[in-house]
Design a protein around this ligand. Sequence first.
Ligand SMILES: [Zn+2]
Length: 301
Amino acid sequence: MNVHAIQTGSVRIKRAQVEGRGHGLRRRLAIFTDRSWTEWLPTYAWVIEHREGVIVVDTGQGAHLLETGSSLHPYVRWEVAFRIDREEEIGPQLRTLGIGSRDVKRVVLTHLHMDHDGGLEHFPRSEILVSPAELRTASGWKGRMRGYLPNRWPSWFDPVPLDLAAEPFGPFAASRRLTRTGDVVAVATPGHTADHVSILVQEEDITLFLAGDTSYNEELMLAGKVDGVSPDEHISGATLDAIRRLTRGSPTVYLPTHDPRSAVRLANRCLVGALGQGKGQLQSSALPSPQHPYRASGLAL
Ligand SMILES: [Zn+2]
């Protein structure tokens, strides 16, 4: 099994989105009054080369996101900005890895925000798995009112329901195996959206935690800091707590979509909370910054 991080362009959001300010409605409105932007943050998608077939987790940004400045939705129009070229979309990058769209058996989406479903058009022949409740939230004009872009989904988009069973997996209340061998599992991580899922990849004794937007980076997860868009901060806080419990119980590499260090942590198998040295035990803070312009140092987190 081989897991790749694919950077599909980058995004800038308000700092009050990365780390929520205040509580209740005030936390969610703070994005609109905050004038400070983050540095450009990467948007990663993940590719699992599994012997049962290639699995893609999230599809990243699409070049259509360069047009969000004309959106009628105030968040989409004013509070987020994207950078991406067509060749940075996931399809061309997979081809560079020697993976054609026919080779991708399954695509799993952690949630349907525009920087996670933006590359769907590259997978017309794959089975696409989405939480049915997330799909309902994102669909139609109500979805658009919530800041989703269902109007950008390909016409053939008709995902297979990713129904999680009430089967706990570690500290997570619901889960579903995505491979027969059980080494790739979807778990319920509600918070950032009500029906957000994360994907766990078991590699010998290490768990790769493909986190989606459970938090925007590892430090915020460790600190239990809820973002500025989660609909219910208590649910988000409980999920961050569950992730910390997982990482205390088993060696875990935590890989949020927008963490500038995710690709480096994956490459070095840097564990959450590890204090030793050597491969698989490096502290992520001891690592060199990734070789691209959006360095973690630019974020006051
Ligand atoms: Zn999101």
